[in-house]
Design a protein around this ligand. Structure first.
Ligand code: PLP
Length: 606
């Protein structure tokens, strides 16, 4: 997306010379057709499409049951009351529209704060057309086409993550929070089934497995027990923590296992998104069941700590319901070493027979899977390996409304196996699996718009989920991060950039050598105030606070660079999310240079 012949005549920069234009690959220029543009450069032809869409919508109505005749006559349209109401509607709509024009200008390349930016045109058009036809993807009875499109969009996302599109399944959610909960519920259901079957196995005399081994037995063992004892639903209920009366079930479990059932734990890295606290809360596992895995000096999950934690859980007979890793952490945009985490879990499966559910929270980073990980020079080795390993996990959360440039609300939950996806069924869920596209019985949410799915399908079919589409756009945002980091470092010695960024997020603190951290935090907040989103500034950034003990090792290693004095447990960082596709283009304002200039001015004056 370097030079653009199409927007040359909008007067942005008429002095572009032809040789410069020809240097740019036509594919790169073409990527600019996917976004409206900061000055609505693509406005005219988008408007044309919009008109056609509305025309088709009207025509659709007219063509169905024309014999019914109009319900609103020409006479009705001309009555003074009617005309007055019409005027009133317009007035009210315009008034809300006017209020909305004070919204955050998140489309602008000057907005580099949170994970929100310009949406793509195919996605926006997809969203709008869905609203016109208004299907409800809760079932096939209220959505004829919507659910088919959801199925296609899910398959495209499965493919991008490297999951098998035949065996995998999933659905769209209102966002990452719900998708994470979808993963947790399925992990819990599997856990409950295995525990119940194992308890019956012990009841009939086979005491070879303890509580921990039982809860992680795997489907093969489950099926063996199921067939051997011809388990019935009723029998299972006595030991099923989600079906029977919990107090009775716990009592029954204590009896057959000769020990107290203490419940599962959820293993989540300390860098986690707070949606995980919500999931544990909603499932009623008790806060205590939420076990944070230590992070390393990069702020990523420490794999040795994961292993130690699992061993420790074994000693306490607290089986892990799931291990969560994060692809693109909310605070720093970090990639947990998903490959190493999966390797630890694979090893436990092989050596100890423990099948531990691995959910990857890729709400932010999931679309980075579109990058050609084998050949990209923009991404680190850890990131390439982590992205490749997502395909080996049990389930994934991905938010098209983040790096997918899709309007809110669009999240998705993906599962690597139909058996684990279709969980709300009898003890043999896969047998009852009917093969329909209906997700209704499997989703937390009831009525669901098809808009997220249709927007995502349209972006997948136009921009493309591969290296030449999203992969290229997102790779460029990572290159912008690398470039801007360098410029910021050169601009002022007190700008201390977190050195391990991997995706397109920059975080930094403003600190003098040997300064007390409290003082640096304060100055960093002053800089934030000059770029905060509460009113229109030159640029908009966000901020985050890293706390001990979650980020102990990162805080120690990072602040060593300027020999900070530790008078506080917190590290305040300004956070820049470089998602906007026009942040670093040749044609218009040089945003990276302009931002650095403003930042420098601010530091010199402050
Ligand atoms: C944004 C995010 C979520 C939550 O997603 P919502 O769509 O805001 O509900 C969960 N996990 C991570 C890592 C995120 O970045």
């Amino acid at each position: 997306m370097q030079a653009n012949t199409e927007i040359k005549d909008t007067g942005n920069k008429p002095d572009l010379i032809d040789s410069e234009l020809t240097k740019c690959h036509p594919d790169e220029v073409a990527l600019k057709s996917f976004f409206l543009g900061p000055q609505a450069e693509n406005g005219p032809w988008i408007q044309e499409i919009m008109n056609e869409l509305f025309e088709a919508w009207f025509e659709w109505r007219r063509s169905l049951y024309p014999e019914d005749g109009p319900a609103i006559s020409q006479g009705d349209l001309n009555t003074p009351e009617f005309i007055e109401r019409r005027a009133h509607i317009k007035e009210q709509v315009m008034s809300v529209m006017e209020r909305l024009q004070s919204e955050l200008p998140s489309f602008s390349p000057r907005y580099i704060g949170h994970m929100i930016t310009e949406v793509s045109m195919p996605a926006l058009l997809g969203h709008i057309i869905t609203l016109l036809y208004n299907p409800n993807n809760i079932s096939g009875e209220s959505s004829r086409v919507g659910i088919l499109i959801e199925d296609e969009a899910i398959r495209d996302l499965l493919g991008m993550m490297g999951y098998d599109t035949k065996f995998g399944s999933g659905h769209f959610t209102s966002g990452g929070t719900v998708a994470n909960l979808e993963g947790a519920l399925r992990a819990r259901d599997r856990f409950a089934r295995w525990l119940a079957a194992g308890a019956i196995n012990r009841k009939y005399g086979d005491k070879s497995m303890n509580m921990f081994d039982t809860c992680l037995m795997g489907w093969d063992e489950f099926d063996r027990i199921r067939f051997e004892y011809e388990l019935t639903e009723d029998e299972l209920r006595d030991f099923h923590i989600l079906r029977g009366n919990p107090v009775n079930v716990y009592r029954n479990l204590n009896k057959v296992f000769d020990m107290d059932y203490a419940g599962p734990v959820v293993l989540v890295p300390q860098n986690k998104h707070y949606s995980w606290n919500k999931a544990v809360d909603i499932m009623g596992l008790g806060e205590e069941a939420f076990v944070g895995i230590e992070t390393d000096e990069h702020g990523r999950m420490c794999v040795d700590a994961l292993r130690d934690t699992i061993e420790n859980c074994y000693k306490r007979q607290r089986p892990p319901l799931m291990v969560v890793s994060v692809a693109g952490t909310t605070e720093l945009g970090e990639m947990d070493p998903i490959h190493d985490i999966q390797a630890v879990l694979d090893e436990y499966k092989e050596k100890r027979g423990w099948h531990i559910w691995h959910h990857v929270d890729a709400a932010y980073g999931g679309f980075l899977c579109s990058i050609d990980t084998k050949n990209s020079e923009a991404i680190s080795e850890n990131m390439a390996n982590a992205l490749d390993a997502i395909s080996r996990s049990n389930s994934v959360t991905i938010d098209p409304h983040k790096l997918g440039y899709v309007p809110y609300a669009s999240g998705a939950f993906l599962c690597n196996s139909k058996r684990e996806y279709y969980y709300r069924k009898s003890i043999a869920p896969y047998i009852n699996f009917s093969g329909t596209q209906e997700r209704g019985p499997q989703t937390i949410e009831g009525s669901r718009s098809a808009a997220g799915a249709i927007s995502t399908l349209l972006t997948s079919r136009t921009i493309g989920l591969g290296a030449n589409g999203y992969g290229r756009i997102l790779e460029r945002t990572i290159q912008s991060r690398i470039k801007l980091e360098k410029m910021m470092k050169e601009a002022h010695p007190e700008i201390r950039i977190f050195p391990h960024a991997e995706t397109n997020i920059i975080t930094f603190i403003v600190a003098k050598d040997n300064e007390a951290l409290g003082k640096s935090n304060e100055r960093t907040l002053q800089v934030y105030d000059a770029f905060s989103p509460d009113e229109n500034h030159d640029f908009f950034v966000s901020k985050t606070t890293l706390k001990r003990p979650a980020y102990n090792r990162l805080i120690d290693a990072f602040t060593e660079d300027w020999s900070a004095v530790h008078d506080t447990e917190e590290l305040v960082l300004i956070r820049i999310t470089l998602m906007n596709p026009f942040f670093d283009t040749k044609d218009n304002l040089d945003y990276p240079a302009e931002f650095v200039k403003k930042l420098r001015q601010n530091l010199l004056n402050g």
